[in-house]
Design a protein around this ligand. Structure first.
Ligand SMILES: Nc1ncnc2c1ncn2[C@@H]1O[C@H](COP(=O)(O)OP(=O)(O)OP(=O)(O)O)[C@@H](O)[C@H]1O
Length: 367
């Protein structure tokens, strides 16, 4: 059996958007995700980073089929067979959804569309979990019922005693006080609510959970507790995470591999150490430049990102990063770089990846 859990092949997600120019209104297609390919192994955490609007949430939602992909395949390898989630229907889709879950945070824009997803998905019996600790938990349900809901909604367990036992087991594992199961969520702090969300996401023992900005809203010390809890649960249960976050240091702590996204495209994907210490894409280098250095004397030629991320509707020709890249050359405008493996398990989309050396250690040695 392969240890690949999810294979994403040439995934694209396009949204129709209405644009107005003077007196003319037109509907255009916005490519939020454009021809993305990567894989996630059983039990691993893949971090997904990039500026706001780069398409991270859309990738997570498309893998879970919370939105329909426009093109491409999402192959989910179960123990018995492979399912193309992007095209699955009916019973296949329902069964596959019990293997997956989602932990969300944040934003008013996302919440309104997620609320629709939630309704749609409950009908198709997928358990969907929000992780904004202040607005994601139904205030009229007890903590016990919130955690139990994915088991009940998917039909996975019907017997009340059995459900109670599983809820108590996962709640204890998430360090929730069992006395609190009868309470309502408003009684809890942000960190406690996050634990409730995690218990709910993992109660059905899914193979895969998307964590979308799930620790961003928390204080640093609580963040560390939640990250450690997620890692412990992963070790025990073998669940794989797609961990979407703005904060690269949290991503580094959580992830086995990290993918970097820019205007709907993956630009680099590599094991965490490689990506952090020998990045090959100028955009990755720019994101890393923004992290405060533990050793301020370490020579590491940082670059500062100027300007804003382009709107996908007006994505630059060729390489999309070229308009902000200090190393751009004429070829970057003329031709889109291929997504290629430049070293084992290290993928990058840049014409000149081999020519760049952003290595931190080497820069130090050259001093
Ligand atoms: N339902 C939608 N309709 C139209 N455009 C959308 C929709 N959802 C997302 N987009 C657009 O797709 C692009 C990618 O959005 P997405 O939310 O996936 O990015 P992100 O990297 O997760 O950003 P953030 O970090 O702010 O959550 C953005 O330009 C966004 O405006």
């Amino acid at each position: 059996m392969t240890d690949t859990l999810i294979e994403v092949r040439n995934l694209s997600v396009r949204f129709p958007v209405t644009t107005r120019k003077l007196f003319r209104t037109e509907v255009r297609e916005l490519a939020a995700v454009d021809d993305v390919s990567f894989d996630i192994k059983r039990g691993e955490t893949v971090g997904l980073v990039g500026e706001s609007g780069s398409g991270k949430t859309t990738v997570g939602r498309a893998i879970l089929r919370a939105i329909d992909p426009s093109d491409g395949e999402v192959i989910f390898h179960t123990h018995t067979r492979d399912v193309d989630v992007a095209h699955a229907e009916g019973e296949d889709l329902r069964r596959f959804r019990t293997h997956m879950n989602m932990i969300f945070a944040e934003g008013p824009v996302q919440l309104s569309s997620m609320a629709q997803d939630r309704l749609r998905l409950f009908r198709s019996r997928m358990s969907l979990v929000f992780q904004d600790p202040y607005s994601s938990l139904n205030p009229r349900m007890t903590v016990r019922d919130i955690i139990a809901e994915p088991l009940v909604a998917s039909g996975m367990m019907k017997n009340r005693a059995e459900i109670d036992a599983r809820v108590r087991e996962i709640a204890a594992r998430c360090k929730l006080n069992l006395e609190h199961l009868r309470r309502f969520p408003h009684a809890f702090s942000g960190g406690q609510r996050q634990r409730i969300c995690i218990a709910r996401a993992l109660v059905s023992r899914p193979d895969f959970v998307v964590c979308d900005e799930s620790v961003s809203a928390l204080d640093v010390s609580i963040q560390a507790e939640i990250v450690n809890l997620l890692k412990d649960l992963q070790d025990e249960m073998g669940v794989a995470f797609l961990f979407i976050a703005h904060d690269l240091s949290v991503v580094a702590q959580m992830s086995h591999r990290v993918a970097v996204m820019y205007v709907g495209k993956f630009v680099e994907y590599a094991p965490t150490d490689r990506l952090f210490f020998t990045p090959r894409h100028p955009y990755t280098h720019a994101l890393l430049s923004a992290i405060p250095q533990a050793d301020p004397d370490a020579a590491f030629d940082p670059i500062k990102l100027e300007g804003e991320i382009p709107n996908p509707l007006d994505a630059p020709s060729g390489c999309r990063f070229r308009t902000r890249c200090p190393h751009a050359r004429p070829e970057c405008a003329a031709r889109e770089p291929d997504w290629r493996e430049i070293a084992p398990d290290h993928y990058v989309a840049c014409h000149f990846a081999e020519a760049f050396d952003f290595t931190r250690a080497q820069a130090k040695a050259a001093e």
